[in-house]
Design a binder for this molecule. Structure first.
Ligand SMILES: *Cc1c(COP(=O)(O)O)cnc(C)c1O
Length: 399
Protein backbone atom coordinates (compact mmCIF):
# COMPACT_ATOMS: atom_id res chain seq x y z
CA UNK A 1 0.00 0.00 0.00
CA UNK A 2 1.48 3.36 -0.90
CA UNK A 3 1.38 6.01 1.77
CA UNK A 4 0.05 9.43 1.07
CA UNK A 5 2.57 12.22 1.55
CA UNK A 6 1.76 13.74 4.92
CA UNK A 7 1.34 17.43 5.62
CA UNK A 8 3.78 17.70 8.52
CA UNK A 9 2.62 21.20 9.41
CA UNK A 10 -0.33 19.57 11.18
CA UNK A 11 1.97 17.69 13.57
CA UNK A 12 3.79 18.83 16.71
CA UNK A 13 7.50 19.64 16.81
CA UNK A 14 8.62 16.35 18.37
CA UNK A 15 6.57 14.30 15.93
CA UNK A 16 8.04 16.18 12.97
CA UNK A 17 11.56 15.68 14.41
CA UNK A 18 10.98 11.94 14.58
CA UNK A 19 8.94 11.21 11.47
CA UNK A 20 8.96 13.99 8.86
CA UNK A 21 10.56 13.22 5.51
CA UNK A 22 10.57 9.42 5.64
CA UNK A 23 8.07 7.45 3.63
CA UNK A 24 8.57 3.74 4.21
CA UNK A 25 9.85 1.87 1.15
CA UNK A 26 9.05 -1.55 -0.31
CA UNK A 27 11.21 -3.30 2.33
CA UNK A 28 9.05 -1.98 5.15
CA UNK A 29 12.06 -0.54 6.97
CA UNK A 30 11.38 1.18 10.30
CA UNK A 31 14.60 3.23 10.42
CA UNK A 32 15.52 5.54 7.54
CA UNK A 33 17.60 3.78 4.85
CA UNK A 34 21.13 4.95 3.98
CA UNK A 35 21.54 5.24 0.21
CA UNK A 36 25.31 5.02 -0.18
CA UNK A 37 25.38 5.38 -3.93
CA UNK A 38 27.04 8.05 -6.01
CA UNK A 39 24.80 7.72 -9.05
CA UNK A 40 21.36 6.40 -10.01
CA UNK A 41 20.38 4.10 -12.88
CA UNK A 42 17.81 5.10 -15.51
CA UNK A 43 15.22 2.80 -17.04
CA UNK A 44 15.98 4.01 -20.55
CA UNK A 45 18.09 6.46 -22.50
CA UNK A 46 14.97 8.56 -22.86
CA UNK A 47 14.50 8.72 -19.09
CA UNK A 48 18.16 9.67 -18.65
CA UNK A 49 17.65 12.56 -21.05
CA UNK A 50 14.47 13.64 -19.25
CA UNK A 51 16.21 13.58 -15.84
CA UNK A 52 19.16 15.61 -17.16
CA UNK A 53 16.95 18.22 -18.78
CA UNK A 54 14.85 18.50 -15.63
CA UNK A 55 11.72 17.48 -17.53
CA UNK A 56 11.37 14.53 -15.15
CA UNK A 57 12.00 14.90 -11.41
CA UNK A 58 14.26 12.22 -9.94
CA UNK A 59 17.73 11.26 -8.79
CA UNK A 60 20.70 11.57 -11.13
CA UNK A 61 23.84 11.85 -9.03
CA UNK A 62 24.43 12.29 -5.28
CA UNK A 63 26.11 15.68 -5.67
CA UNK A 64 22.66 16.90 -6.79
CA UNK A 65 20.22 14.87 -4.70
CA UNK A 66 20.31 11.72 -2.58
CA UNK A 67 17.29 10.03 -0.95
CA UNK A 68 18.83 9.91 2.57
CA UNK A 69 19.94 13.54 2.35
CA UNK A 70 16.44 14.40 1.15
CA UNK A 71 14.85 12.88 4.27
CA UNK A 72 17.15 15.05 6.40
CA UNK A 73 16.28 18.12 4.30
CA UNK A 74 12.53 17.56 4.54
CA UNK A 75 12.74 16.94 8.28
CA UNK A 76 14.80 20.05 9.05
CA UNK A 77 12.59 22.18 6.75
CA UNK A 78 9.57 20.92 8.74
CA UNK A 79 11.27 21.88 12.02
CA UNK A 80 12.31 25.38 10.91
CA UNK A 81 8.94 25.76 9.13
CA UNK A 82 10.57 26.70 5.84
CA UNK A 83 9.59 25.57 2.35
CA UNK A 84 12.93 24.07 1.41
CA UNK A 85 16.16 22.89 3.00
CA UNK A 86 19.44 22.06 1.25
CA UNK A 87 21.92 19.86 3.13
CA UNK A 88 25.59 20.85 2.79
CA UNK A 89 28.99 19.36 3.60
CA UNK A 90 29.54 21.66 6.60
CA UNK A 91 28.18 24.77 8.27
CA UNK A 92 30.71 26.86 6.34
CA UNK A 93 29.55 25.12 3.14
CA UNK A 94 26.02 26.32 3.96
CA UNK A 95 27.16 29.91 4.52
CA UNK A 96 29.37 29.95 1.42
CA UNK A 97 26.57 28.47 -0.73
CA UNK A 98 24.12 31.09 0.54
CA UNK A 99 26.49 33.96 -0.25
CA UNK A 100 27.60 32.62 -3.64
CA UNK A 101 24.04 31.84 -4.71
CA UNK A 102 22.40 35.10 -3.63
CA UNK A 103 25.11 37.79 -4.03
CA UNK A 104 27.01 39.23 -6.97
CA UNK A 105 29.98 41.55 -7.43
CA UNK A 106 29.17 45.03 -6.13
CA UNK A 107 26.80 43.81 -3.40
CA UNK A 108 27.22 44.77 0.25
CA UNK A 109 26.58 42.82 3.47
CA UNK A 110 25.90 44.18 6.94
CA UNK A 111 26.98 41.60 9.51
CA UNK A 112 27.24 41.22 13.24
CA UNK A 113 30.73 41.75 14.66
CA UNK A 114 30.15 38.70 16.86
CA UNK A 115 30.18 35.83 14.36
CA UNK A 116 31.79 32.41 14.17
CA UNK A 117 35.50 32.93 13.40
CA UNK A 118 35.53 31.25 9.98
CA UNK A 119 32.45 33.25 8.93
CA UNK A 120 34.28 36.50 9.72
CA UNK A 121 37.37 35.28 7.85
CA UNK A 122 35.20 34.42 4.83
CA UNK A 123 33.47 37.81 4.84
CA UNK A 124 36.79 39.63 5.32
CA UNK A 125 39.12 37.71 3.02
CA UNK A 126 37.18 35.52 0.54
CA UNK A 127 34.16 37.57 -0.54
CA UNK A 128 36.10 40.84 -1.11
CA UNK A 129 38.03 39.05 -3.89
CA UNK A 130 34.66 38.77 -5.65
CA UNK A 131 33.87 42.45 -4.89
CA UNK A 132 31.38 41.75 -2.10
CA UNK A 133 32.10 44.04 0.86
CA UNK A 134 30.94 43.66 4.48
CA UNK A 135 30.35 46.25 7.22
CA UNK A 136 30.50 44.84 10.75
CA UNK A 137 28.18 46.28 13.41
CA UNK A 138 27.32 45.52 17.05
CA UNK A 139 24.77 42.69 17.21
CA UNK A 140 22.49 44.34 19.77
CA UNK A 141 22.22 47.88 18.33
CA UNK A 142 19.52 48.12 15.60
CA UNK A 143 20.43 51.80 14.95
CA UNK A 144 23.96 50.76 13.99
CA UNK A 145 22.50 48.23 11.51
CA UNK A 146 20.22 50.89 10.05
CA UNK A 147 23.09 53.38 9.67
CA UNK A 148 25.31 50.79 7.97
CA UNK A 149 22.76 50.13 5.21
CA UNK A 150 23.83 51.24 1.71
CA UNK A 151 21.87 51.31 -1.55
CA UNK A 152 23.70 48.11 -2.58
CA UNK A 153 23.16 46.26 0.72
CA UNK A 154 21.70 42.91 -0.22
CA UNK A 155 22.15 40.84 2.95
CA UNK A 156 22.12 41.15 6.76
CA UNK A 157 23.87 38.29 8.57
CA UNK A 158 23.79 37.38 12.26
CA UNK A 159 24.01 34.68 14.92
CA UNK A 160 21.95 34.91 18.11
CA UNK A 161 22.82 34.31 20.90
CA UNK A 162 26.37 35.33 20.06
CA UNK A 163 29.37 33.19 20.86
CA UNK A 164 30.84 33.28 23.52
CA UNK A 165 29.23 36.18 25.41
CA UNK A 166 25.59 35.25 24.52
CA UNK A 167 24.34 38.64 23.33
CA UNK A 168 20.87 38.53 21.75
CA UNK A 169 19.75 40.16 18.48
CA UNK A 170 16.15 41.27 18.01
CA UNK A 171 15.42 39.20 14.89
CA UNK A 172 12.03 40.81 14.14
CA UNK A 173 13.48 44.36 14.38
CA UNK A 174 16.42 43.50 12.11
CA UNK A 175 14.14 41.79 9.58
CA UNK A 176 12.17 45.05 9.27
CA UNK A 177 15.39 46.97 8.60
CA UNK A 178 16.43 44.39 6.00
CA UNK A 179 13.09 44.37 4.21
CA UNK A 180 12.69 48.16 4.14
CA UNK A 181 15.98 48.16 2.15
CA UNK A 182 15.07 45.19 -0.07
CA UNK A 183 17.76 43.12 1.59
CA UNK A 184 17.65 39.56 2.94
CA UNK A 185 18.04 38.63 6.60
CA UNK A 186 20.15 35.49 7.09
CA UNK A 187 20.27 33.97 10.59
CA UNK A 188 22.78 31.32 11.67
CA UNK A 189 20.54 29.34 14.06
CA UNK A 190 23.28 26.98 15.23
CA UNK A 191 23.11 27.82 18.95
CA UNK A 192 19.35 27.69 19.48
CA UNK A 193 18.27 25.18 16.82
CA UNK A 194 14.59 25.22 15.81
CA UNK A 195 13.77 23.60 19.16
CA UNK A 196 14.36 26.97 20.86
CA UNK A 197 13.99 29.57 18.09
CA UNK A 198 12.48 29.68 14.60
CA UNK A 199 13.96 32.73 12.84
CA UNK A 200 11.82 32.31 9.69
CA UNK A 201 8.71 32.89 11.81
CA UNK A 202 10.30 36.08 13.19
CA UNK A 203 10.89 37.50 9.70
CA UNK A 204 14.24 36.04 8.62
CA UNK A 205 14.46 35.02 4.94
CA UNK A 206 17.08 32.30 5.35
CA UNK A 207 18.34 30.13 8.19
CA UNK A 208 21.76 28.48 8.03
CA UNK A 209 23.00 25.69 10.28
CA UNK A 210 26.14 23.95 11.27
CA UNK A 211 24.58 20.49 11.70
CA UNK A 212 27.90 19.52 13.29
CA UNK A 213 26.70 21.03 16.58
CA UNK A 214 23.34 20.39 18.26
CA UNK A 215 21.61 18.78 15.24
CA UNK A 216 24.08 15.91 15.43
CA UNK A 217 24.33 16.49 19.15
CA UNK A 218 26.95 13.87 19.88
CA UNK A 219 30.09 15.21 18.21
CA UNK A 220 30.23 12.76 15.30
CA UNK A 221 29.75 14.29 11.83
CA UNK A 222 30.43 17.59 10.06
CA UNK A 223 27.54 18.99 8.01
CA UNK A 224 25.32 22.01 7.40
CA UNK A 225 22.04 23.21 5.96
CA UNK A 226 20.32 26.20 4.36
CA UNK A 227 16.56 26.66 4.91
CA UNK A 228 14.18 29.15 3.27
CA UNK A 229 11.71 29.65 0.43
CA UNK A 230 11.34 27.72 -2.83
CA UNK A 231 12.86 30.51 -4.92
CA UNK A 232 15.89 31.55 -2.85
CA UNK A 233 16.83 28.16 -1.42
CA UNK A 234 14.99 25.58 -3.54
CA UNK A 235 16.14 27.19 -6.79
CA UNK A 236 19.15 29.50 -6.26
CA UNK A 237 21.04 27.85 -3.39
CA UNK A 238 20.29 24.38 -4.81
CA UNK A 239 21.59 25.42 -8.24
CA UNK A 240 24.86 26.64 -6.71
CA UNK A 241 25.23 23.61 -4.43
CA UNK A 242 24.72 20.98 -7.15
CA UNK A 243 27.16 22.74 -9.47
CA UNK A 244 29.85 23.76 -6.98
CA UNK A 245 29.66 20.58 -4.90
CA UNK A 246 29.53 21.27 -1.13
CA UNK A 247 26.93 18.50 -0.79
CA UNK A 248 26.07 16.51 2.33
CA UNK A 249 27.21 12.89 2.54
CA UNK A 250 24.30 10.41 2.83
CA UNK A 251 25.94 8.71 5.79
CA UNK A 252 26.23 12.01 7.65
CA UNK A 253 22.62 12.84 6.74
CA UNK A 254 21.55 9.59 8.41
CA UNK A 255 23.49 10.44 11.59
CA UNK A 256 21.87 13.90 11.64
CA UNK A 257 18.43 12.30 11.20
CA UNK A 258 19.04 10.22 14.31
CA UNK A 259 20.20 13.39 16.08
CA UNK A 260 17.06 15.30 15.10
CA UNK A 261 14.83 12.62 16.65
CA UNK A 262 16.02 13.61 20.13
CA UNK A 263 16.69 17.32 19.42
CA UNK A 264 13.86 18.68 21.55
CA UNK A 265 14.66 16.42 24.52
CA UNK A 266 18.35 17.18 24.32
CA UNK A 267 17.91 20.94 24.01
CA UNK A 268 15.64 21.01 27.06
CA UNK A 269 18.22 19.04 29.05
CA UNK A 270 21.11 21.26 27.83
CA UNK A 271 19.14 24.36 28.89
CA UNK A 272 18.24 22.88 32.26
CA UNK A 273 21.88 22.04 33.06
CA UNK A 274 23.13 25.39 31.72
CA UNK A 275 20.64 27.33 33.87
CA UNK A 276 21.71 25.43 37.01
CA UNK A 277 25.39 25.89 36.20
CA UNK A 278 25.02 29.61 35.40
CA UNK A 279 23.27 30.21 38.73
CA UNK A 280 25.98 28.28 40.59
CA UNK A 281 28.76 30.16 38.81
CA UNK A 282 27.15 33.51 39.59
CA UNK A 283 27.59 32.71 43.29
CA UNK A 284 31.29 31.85 43.07
CA UNK A 285 33.57 34.45 44.71
CA UNK A 286 36.22 34.25 41.93
CA UNK A 287 33.66 34.93 39.14
CA UNK A 288 33.29 38.53 37.96
CA UNK A 289 30.36 37.99 35.62
CA UNK A 290 28.41 35.19 33.99
CA UNK A 291 27.05 35.55 30.45
CA UNK A 292 23.89 33.48 30.13
CA UNK A 293 20.56 34.73 28.72
CA UNK A 294 18.64 32.76 31.34
CA UNK A 295 20.00 34.91 34.18
CA UNK A 296 18.12 38.01 35.27
CA UNK A 297 21.49 39.80 35.30
CA UNK A 298 21.77 39.30 31.50
CA UNK A 299 21.22 42.70 29.78
CA UNK A 300 18.77 41.16 27.28
CA UNK A 301 17.09 38.64 29.53
CA UNK A 302 13.62 39.98 28.59
CA UNK A 303 14.29 39.81 24.83
CA UNK A 304 15.70 36.29 25.20
CA UNK A 305 12.56 35.20 27.06
CA UNK A 306 10.35 36.65 24.35
CA UNK A 307 12.31 35.33 21.39
CA UNK A 308 13.56 31.93 22.59
CA UNK A 309 11.77 28.99 24.22
CA UNK A 310 14.72 28.61 26.62
CA UNK A 311 18.14 30.17 27.13
CA UNK A 312 20.39 27.60 25.39
CA UNK A 313 23.31 25.38 26.35
CA UNK A 314 26.18 27.82 26.00
CA UNK A 315 27.55 30.11 28.73
CA UNK A 316 30.69 32.06 29.46
CA UNK A 317 32.12 33.51 32.65
CA UNK A 318 34.87 35.90 33.51
CA UNK A 319 37.27 34.98 36.26
CA UNK A 320 38.86 37.41 38.64
CA UNK A 321 42.32 37.57 36.99
CA UNK A 322 43.75 37.20 33.47
CA UNK A 323 44.87 34.54 30.99
CA UNK A 324 46.97 32.77 33.60
CA UNK A 325 43.96 32.23 35.88
CA UNK A 326 41.75 31.10 32.96
CA UNK A 327 44.33 28.55 31.78
CA UNK A 328 44.98 27.31 35.32
CA UNK A 329 41.22 26.87 35.80
CA UNK A 330 40.82 24.91 32.54
CA UNK A 331 43.86 22.70 33.17
CA UNK A 332 42.65 21.80 36.67
CA UNK A 333 39.43 20.24 35.35
CA UNK A 334 39.48 16.50 34.93
CA UNK A 335 36.20 15.36 33.35
CA UNK A 336 35.01 18.14 31.01
CA UNK A 337 36.72 18.11 27.59
CA UNK A 338 39.03 20.93 26.53
CA UNK A 339 37.86 21.37 22.95
CA UNK A 340 36.44 24.18 20.85
CA UNK A 341 33.37 22.34 19.53
CA UNK A 342 29.90 22.77 21.01
CA UNK A 343 26.52 21.05 20.94
CA UNK A 344 27.76 17.75 22.34
CA UNK A 345 26.29 15.56 25.10
CA UNK A 346 29.72 15.98 26.74
CA UNK A 347 30.52 19.25 28.51
CA UNK A 348 33.22 21.22 26.71
CA UNK A 349 35.46 23.99 28.04
CA UNK A 350 37.43 26.58 26.01
CA UNK A 351 39.46 29.74 26.42
CA UNK A 352 38.07 31.85 23.54
CA UNK A 353 40.76 34.60 23.58
CA UNK A 354 43.54 32.10 22.77
CA UNK A 355 41.58 29.64 20.59
CA UNK A 356 38.32 30.36 18.75
CA UNK A 357 38.90 34.14 18.81
CA UNK A 358 42.72 34.37 18.75
CA UNK A 359 42.70 35.80 15.20
CA UNK A 360 40.66 38.79 16.32
CA UNK A 361 42.75 41.93 16.94
CA UNK A 362 43.00 42.55 20.73
CA UNK A 363 41.00 45.82 20.48
CA UNK A 364 38.16 44.07 18.65
CA UNK A 365 38.23 41.29 21.22
CA UNK A 366 37.96 43.79 24.07
CA UNK A 367 35.06 45.51 22.28
CA UNK A 368 33.32 42.16 21.99
CA UNK A 369 33.79 41.47 25.72
CA UNK A 370 36.12 38.52 25.10
CA UNK A 371 38.59 39.22 27.87
CA UNK A 372 41.68 37.21 28.79
CA UNK A 373 39.95 35.67 31.82
CA UNK A 374 36.79 34.62 29.94
CA UNK A 375 36.03 30.88 29.93
CA UNK A 376 33.34 29.33 27.72
CA UNK A 377 31.36 26.24 28.62
CA UNK A 378 29.20 24.30 26.18
CA UNK A 379 27.13 22.59 28.86
CA UNK A 380 26.57 18.89 28.23
CA UNK A 381 24.12 16.36 29.52
CA UNK A 382 26.13 14.74 32.33
CA UNK A 383 24.82 14.91 35.91
CA UNK A 384 24.95 18.54 36.95
CA UNK A 385 26.62 17.67 40.28
CA UNK A 386 29.50 16.01 38.41
CA UNK A 387 29.95 19.06 36.16
CA UNK A 388 29.96 21.39 39.18
CA UNK A 389 32.41 19.14 41.07
CA UNK A 390 34.75 19.18 38.08
CA UNK A 391 34.64 22.97 37.76
CA UNK A 392 35.19 23.26 41.50
CA UNK A 393 38.67 21.80 40.81
CA UNK A 394 39.25 24.87 38.63
CA UNK A 395 38.28 27.22 41.45
CA UNK A 396 40.41 25.26 43.93
CA UNK A 397 43.42 25.73 41.61
CA UNK A 398 43.03 29.52 41.90
CA UNK A 399 43.43 29.53 45.68
C1 LIG B 1 30.64 25.67 13.93
C2 LIG B 1 29.89 26.83 13.43
C3 LIG B 1 29.85 27.15 12.07
C4 LIG B 1 30.62 26.36 11.03
O1 LIG B 1 30.17 25.07 10.95
P1 LIG B 1 31.10 23.85 10.42
O2 LIG B 1 30.14 22.72 10.43
O3 LIG B 1 32.22 23.72 11.39
O4 LIG B 1 31.58 24.24 9.08
C5 LIG B 1 29.10 28.22 11.66
N1 LIG B 1 28.42 28.97 12.55
C6 LIG B 1 28.44 28.70 13.87
C7 LIG B 1 27.67 29.57 14.78
C8 LIG B 1 29.19 27.63 14.36
O5 LIG B 1 29.22 27.39 15.67
Amino acid sequence: MTQEKKDWRKFGFRTRAIRAGHERGAEGEQSEPIYLTSSFVFESAQQAAARFSGEEVGNVYSRYTNPTVRIFEERLAALEEGERCIGTSSGMGAILSTCMALLKAGDHIVASRALFGATITMLETVLPRFAVATSFVPLTDPDAWREAMRPNTRMLFLETPSNPVTEIADIAALSEIAHSHNALLVVDNCFCTPALQQPLKLGADIVVHSATKYLDGQGRCVGGAVIGGNALVGTDVFAFMRTAGPSMSPFNAWVFLKGLETLDLRMRAHCENAQLLATWLENQPRVRRVCYPGLESHPQHALAKRQQKAAGGLLAFELDGGRDEAWRFIDATDMVSTTANLGDTKTLITHPASTTHYRMPPEARALAGITESLVRIAVGLEDIEDIKRDLQRGFDALR
